[in-house]
Design a binder for this molecule. Structure first.
Ligand code: SF4
Length: 393
């Protein structure tokens, strides 16, 4: 008889507050996922296993995702409940490997339907999925995952999108006043996932873009991605109400620590295609790291960006600048997943920054931060004069 504990797919994957110890609340275990990231960037993620819950199958979008996945030749298992078994492998590493290659089509947990503020990026966070098949060794999600990282995609998309109307005209970041007031009420749809890692399987972000395109109100959808699969978005009626940002970094960072994502050059080509299709676009430069030779490496990144946006008519470009940081729990999880990582996560070299919930983030010391900030703001001003820097953190 199988006594394997089942995974409850009704539980959110990411907790809103950092967990005290490891991702699953257990002692830290070495899971070593280093070899799981594809050697070469995969153009499109194809999960090894896809499951759907009964409630998700009743949702029109859920049934549509099943159809889409099956048309790609992937079998979809119909579950009898929200409980998922068969994730546990012989070893802990195998369990995590299986989870990372599994996608579950589920109805979003009720907690996800009450939107949370997400400063400084946007007024509200809206989740269309949770989890990501990529392998960034600094992934900010690591500190808040509550179990094996099975990617959940939400079937109740219609209700999620319809629910956004309740938030119109609310929010503290962009709605009320200040330099971003013209953006209207902003909704960030990439907090716990990467949209273009999944959209070819779900179509959820295409639907969201169309929803905002048809929503004649001061609103903006925002999402950021490390993937380049933008072709399905180019012909959508976006009405300028979706800002897509490409998450970029200097080549030593993208090549060393962003397993399974699209190459930097492909991301910047995607940025150009979106901008030419009339989307407001952006750069999420993150996580910024003062590596040896950082001015040269980030200077090269700005060369590539300059080239990518050259001669784009009516370019609307923003930049969000985010330095590398970690918490004790994210560090513990990441070192369990990628024990041989060369990424610097040394508390002794960092300054402590206390968050709202009393959690401590380890950021770069003040003088390093000041040097980085000055460099980025000055260089972006010189090289990309039309680019608006939205925030630095
Ligand atoms: S693409 Fe984003 S969400 Fe996915 S692993 Fe990388 S940092 Fe994490």
């Amino acid at each position: 008889m199988d006594h394997e504990p089942a995974l409850d797919l009704g539980e959110p994957l990411a907790r809103d507050q950092p967990l005290p110890h490891s991702a699953s609340g257990e002692v830290s275990l070495e899971r070593d996922l280093s070899d799981l990231a594809p050697r070469r960037p995969a153009r499109r993620w194809l999960p090894r296993r896809v499951v759907v819950t009964p409630a998700a199958l009743e949702e029109p979008h859920g049934a549509g995702v099943v159809e889409r996945v099956e048309s790609l030749g992937i079998e979809v298992e119909r579950l009898r409940s929200n409980r998922l078994t068969g994730v546990r492998g012989e070893t802990d590493r195998e369990t995590y490997a299986r989870a990372k290659s599994t996608m579950a089509i589920v109805v979003s947990p009720p907690s996800r339907r009450r939107l949370q503020p997400i400063a400084p990026s946007a007024d509200w966070r809206v989740d269309l999925a949770e989890g990501c098949p990529a392998h960034c060794q600094y992934c900010y999600l690591a500190g808040s995952l509550s179990g094996p990282p099975v990617t959940r995609v939400y079937a109740d998309l219609d209700a999620i999108l319809d629910g956004l109307a309740d938030y119109l005209g609310t929010g503290a970041v962009t709605s009320r006043s200040g330099a971003r007031a013209h953006e209207g009420t902003t909704f960030e749809a990439s907090c716990y996932t990467d949209p273009l890692a999944l959209d070819h399987l779900t179509g959820s972000w295409q639907r969201a873009v169309e929803h905002f395109g048809a929503w004649d109100a001061p609103v903006q959808l925002r999402w950021t991605t490390k993937f380049d699969d933008v072709a399905p978005f180019l012909g959508l009626d976006h009405a300028g109400r979706t800002r897509v940002r490409l998450s970029v970094n200097c080549l030593p960072v993208t090549r060393r620590w962003e397993g399974g994502t699209s190459p930097l050059e492909a991301r910047l080509a995607a940025l150009r295609r979106l901008a030419l299709a009339g989307y407001p676009v952006g750069l999420t430069i993150a996580p910024i790291m003062p590596l040896d030779g950082w001015t040269e490496h980030y200077g090269h990144l700005l060369d590539l960006v300059e080239e990518a946006v050259r001669h784009v008519p009516d370019l609307d470009l923003t930049a969000e600048l985010i330095t590398h940081r970690f918490t004790a729990s994210s560090r513990e999880v990441l070192l369990g997943w990628y024990p041989r990582t060369t990424l610097e996560m040394d508390e002794a070299r960092r300054a402590a920054k206390r968050g709202k919930f009393g959690n401590v983030k380890h950021v770069y010391p003040q003088e390093v931060m000041a040097e980085l900030r000055t460099w980025f703001e000055t260089r972006i001003g010189e090289r990309l004069p039309s680019c608006r820097v939205l925030y630095w953190t």
